[in-house]
Write a protein that binds this ligand. Structure first.
Ligand code: HEC
Ligand code: HEC
Ligand code: HEC
Ligand code: HEC
Length: 192
């Protein structure tokens, strides 16, 4: 992986012999060119340089519209956030729990309906994710139990369309709250 990144930095195509670099493939979709950690050429390069670029989502999902209609972050879409480490990202079947009824005539809803009919799923890009080299262990559930709001770590996604990276979750951010709240603060609390 590192060799691959270094070669890419020098401007040389990087991939298996005979297969072109897939810079144009949507990130997050599987390709045979890279290891599972690097679905595409671009993601391999970004990962190497620790670039946290803006996510490009398959659908302009309007968070604001859903929150205004009374949907909760922890219902349907990010249900596992209260139960364990990962918040989870909704599949198309989750959307269709509601969208067989709501807004069925809108173009974007027709698009997801068609995806479900074809057995395709939504390939969301994660907006927050640590590079594997940072060896960070994070767990959502204890924070939700302790009453830490989503917005403390993710900003005002409730008023955004597509989720943006509003807050830089660097180590100092985590450690200073842990110090304040007397939460565990040893290196192994957050690192493996
Ligand atoms: C809990 C029910 C619920 C779930 C789950 C849900 N939605 Fe919605 N969605 C709504 C409601 C209600 C509206 C507003 C409809 C209206 O404007 O009348 C809406 C609106 C939308 C719109 C705006 C439509 C337009 O063009 O005006 C899009 C796009 C959308 N949803 C996509 C999704 C996607 C993608 C998912 C799955 C990730 C999803 N929704 C999951 C209830 C839901
Ligand atoms: C204490 C800070 C913190 C709080 C509070 C928090 N998150 Fe996160 N969230 C993170 C971090 C850190 C990541 C990235 C984790 C990683 O890379 O392993 C993340 C990742 C995510 C992701 C990306 C996909 C995934 O499954 O990890 C979603 C979605 C998400 N959070 C939703 C939520 C929601 C919804 C809430 C509130 C119910 C919430 N988060 C509360 C810190 C937080
Ligand atoms: C706003 C305050 C706050 C922020 C920011 C925060 N945490 Fe926490 N964290 C807590 C609290 C409170 C607990 C719960 C402690 C408990 O259950 O006794 C906790 C618990 C944890 C735990 C579980 C510890 C254990 O052994 O039970 C981990 C892991 C963790 N945090 C990692 C992180 C990481 C990584 C970040 C940065 C992305 C972060 N936290 C940001 C307040 C925070
Ligand atoms: C409360 C959680 C937390 C604790 C405790 C913690 N770290 Fe971190 N650490 C992080 C997070 C989150 C990152 C990733 C920052 C990023 O990628 O932006 C990080 C990154 C790092 C890095 C990579 C360089 C960097 O700054 O990005 C090193 C090295 C590191 N931590 C060492 C330590 C050591 C040594 C300790 C114990 C003295 C420690 N950490 C304790 C959360 C924590």
């Amino acid at each position: 992986m590192v060799v691959c990144g270094a070669v890419a930095a020098a401007g040389v195509a990087c991939g298996m012999p005979g297969s072109p670099p897939q810079a144009s493939a949507a990130e997050g979709q599987a390709s045979s060119v890279f290891t599972p950690a690097h679905g595409t050429f671009r993601s391999a390069v970004n990962d190497y340089f620790w670039v946290k670029q803006r996510a490009e989502q398959p659908i302009e999902f309007p968070h604001k519209t859903h929150i205004e209609k009374g949907a909760k972050c922890t219902e349907y879409c990010h249900e596992s956030v209260t139960k364990g480490p990962v918040a989870g990202l909704p599949g198309v079947n989750t959307c269709m729990v509601c969208h067989t009824m709501f807004a069925t005539d809108r173009p974007l809803i027709k698009q997801i309906t068609a995806m479900q009919e074809k057995g395709l799923d939504l390939q969301w890009q994660r907006v927050y994710r640590y590079a594997p080299q940072a060896h960070v262990r994070f767990n959502h559930a204890p924070h939700i139990r302790a009453g830490v709001e989503c917005s403390t770590c993710h900003g005002d996604i409730a008023h955004q369309t597509v989720a943006q990276r509003n807050i830089d979750l660097h180590m100092g951010f985590c450690v200073s709250c842990h110090r304040q709240k007397h939460a565990p603060n040893e290196c192994v609390t957050c690192h493996f």
